[in-house]
Design a protein around this ligand. Structure first.
Ligand code: PPE
Length: 308
């Protein structure tokens, strides 16, 4: 992980090693934070943040669902992110904004604790490995079910909620797989530990709906649009566990993993990445890297700082 020299913390640019919080930070004890994962890519016109506004909107929504107001406007966070990227010198990077309940009263009522914010950037390669992104990864169905709206908020990208993903991820790694697929509380396929999922059967693409407890993934929406623009039939519906193993193709989407094929589930071979996966992956990659003019509106160009 190649990190930048600076972090944006509560409105200031501070040295990476000075970006600190108190150990009684509410979010450290109770998980009361919300975050985003965003990527910026090198494009012909310069570095561009992919679907920046959509990520900032989701950050605001996640905060709202946990009774927090963003302590800075989305525009301020956007501009701070631009400056951070420009000053980092990175041509492409991963961007992690976090908004959290800070140091204040202890106990479960967070409403008196200050809401703080930071943005960090670092260079992050293929999330599930270069080899996995090219040839597919091996996954298992987790013994942990995805959090449901009975007890938490699947729609929110909230720090504490990720204990669910962390357990599923550890379980998959310790049992010899690269990723975990979580079922929802009804037993339907939900998503990966940090990715949405698509299942291709007989040229039709299926993905679990919002009501299946998924995170409303921005790359999920992106790949849905790309698939439809390519002329594929795409259906949002509940997917049974067995459909994974019987699928022609399965792939995962997310900011970190981009599009990563699944080549095996529960020791049953799905096969190497198929033609539909490959085609969507190629167009998606073009969109991310500014090579698809029809999707240029998804790029938020980082302004080049004027030389003083
Ligand atoms: N589901 C979950 C649970 C999830 O965490 C992510 C993103 C997605 C789906 C896909 O959402 P989107 O990125 O908007 O397409 N996971 C982030 C966190 C990864 C991490 O290890 O941290 C990410 O991909 O940035």
């Amino acid at each position: 992980m190649n990190t930048a020299d600076l972090i944006w913390l509560n409105g200031e640019f501070v040295a990476w090693e000075d970006a600190k919080v108190h150990v009684l930070t509410h979010a450290l004890h109770y998980g009361t934070g919300v975050f985003e994962g965003i990527r910026a890519y090198e494009t012909e016109g310069g570095t561009a943040v992919f679907r920046h506004q959509d990520h900032l909107n989701r950050l605001e929504n996640s905060a709202k669902l946990y009774y927090m107001d963003l302590p800075f406007t989305k525009e301020q966070i956007r501009e701070a992110t631009h400056e951070l990227i420009a000053r980092s010198g990175f041509k492409s990077c991963y961007i992690r904004p976090l908004v959290w309940r800070g140091y204040g009263p202890m106990g479960l009522n967070p409403l008196e604790n200050p809401v703080e914010a930071m943005v960090a950037v670092w260079e992050w390669g293929a999330y599930l490995g270069e080899e996995g992104q090219q040839n597919g990864v091996r996954a298992r169905v987790s013994s942990y079910r995805r959090i449901s709206s009975d007890s938490l908020i699947p729609h929110a990208k909230a720090s504490g909620q990720y204990l669910n993903s962390v357990l599923a991820k550890i379980e998959s790694l310790k049992s010899g797989y690269e990723e975990a697929i979580l079922l929802d509380d009804q037993g339907h396929v939900c998503e990966g530990s940090g990715e949405n999922i698509f299942v291709v059967k007989n040229d039709v693409i299926h993905t679990p709906p919002q009501t299946a407890g998924i995170l409303d993934g921005i790359n999920r929406k992106t790949c849905m649009q790309i698939a439809r623009d390519l002329g594929y039939e795409l259906v949002e519906r509940d997917v049974a566990r067995a459909e994974l193993a019987l699928a022609d193709e399965v792939f995962l989407t997310g900011t970190a993993c981009e599009l990563t094929p699944l080549r095996e589930i529960d020791d049953i071979e799905i096969g190497p990445p198929g033609p539909i996966t490959r085609e969507i992956q190629r167009v998606f990659d073009d969109a991310l890297r500014g090579r698809a003019p029809q999707y240029a509106e998804w790029l938020d160009l980082v302004p080049v700082p004027s030389k003083a």
